[in-house]
Write a protein that binds this ligand. Sequence first.
Ligand code: F6R
Length: 260
Amino acid sequence: MEVVILNSTDAVADRCASIISDLVHRRPNCVLGLATGDTPRATYRRLVELSNRDVLDMREVNAVALDEYVGLASDDPRSYRAYLKRELADPLGLDSRAVHVPDVGSDDLQRSCAEFEALLERLGGVDLQLLGIGTDGHIGFNEPGSSLASRTRIKTLHPRTVADNARFFPGGSDVPRHVVTQGVATILSARHVVLIATGDNKAAAVAAAIEGPVSAILPASALQLHPHATAILDEPAASHLRLADYYRGVQEHKPPWQGH
Ligand code: F6R
């Protein structure tokens, strides 16, 4: 895994936005897998700034969500569909038909999951999957114990994730317990996965994901099996990495043929 340690959360967002915008320049109709939550917000703002300055045009991109809560009303602003529309699709001028979120309103959720997998295949797979990480090491909502071979399916959230998510549901009583999420194997089938993490509350999960054993108990560790995975971290999120100095050195002394 390529590990990039940067000195601020802004620098993480800048680097991540620049990886995405390079891809969109090379391949305007690429398929982007999008995370939600707090971490990617700053990256999305950078992309919107680039688009407002006319240096990036994402209108041909297809966007796919990683996951969605089950049980919220279809117009609930806390849904991930609403988040992606508000933070990214509307400001970037994406056609709503190009933003794909699992259909959690269906009576047959298993069918929705199968349809979402079929959609990913029809789109030709995901070119770049952006990921955050849970304090329990989840990616998407693949909670501890998730099969590393899993595909899109319904999951019950771990109590720690429910507690972490409570900040998005003031009052606390209606925090969703269930989600539809891309599986670990679904995520691994993206051509490039980019994990971003900021803040010291992520440090233990980040270290276990990058340097720990590959194990279902910490689903993000499965990223070690991916041939093209990049982790972009701020210093607090990198603070438990044993090889942090080595990763910094690798970034400083890139071989001349790799450019910047
Ligand atoms: C969201 C998602 C989750 C989050 C993770 C971190 O689509 O799949 O895995 O990325 O829970 O959330 P934040 O960034 O809010 O700390």
